[in-house]
Design a protein around this ligand. Structure first.
Ligand code: AMP
Length: 112
């Protein structure tokens, strides 16, 4: 069971900002920006690199809910960065697909 499944099951606490039948969104415990949220599917897709065709609807839902949360939390207009890590070189720590939503400051380029 991943740490995110434990959050979904309410076995460990998180600052949840949005939840529906497909996904949950909560504050990252180690924020890299003034706003740093994680959008996580309840179905444990391990990573983008292992997603399959039947995950298509879930993957699309995550993007649309990112927009919904950005509006709800008031950073859709100022802008935000979506980061998805997949596999060792990306720095992925949790093997349960998640979108990082970063907002509240100017983001640097390149992504480094
Ligand atoms: P990644 O490196 O893309 O796998 O990102 C994993 C993220 O999960 C990191 O930004 C961590 O800070 C975050 N994280 C780990 N444990 C927790 C937790 N219990 N609650 C919230 N965020 C967490």
């Amino acid at each position: 069971m991943t740490i995110f499944e434990k959050i979904i099951a309410r076995e460990i606490p998180a600052k949840i900002v949005y939840e529906d039948e497909v996904c949950i969104c909560f504050h990252d415990i180690a924020p890299q920006a003034p706003v740093h949220l994680l959008m996580v599917p309840k179905k444990c897709i391990v990573r983008v690199g292992e997603a399959v065709a039947e995950d298509k609807e879930t993957l699309g839902h995550l993007m649309l809910m990112a927009q919904k949360v950005a509006k709800q939390e008031g950073f859709n207009d100022s802008g935000f960065r979506v980061v998805i890590n997949s596999g060792p070189d990306s720095g992925e720590e949790v093997p349960h697909l998640h979108l990082h939503l970063l907002a509240g400051r100017q983001m640097g380029v390149p992504l480094a």
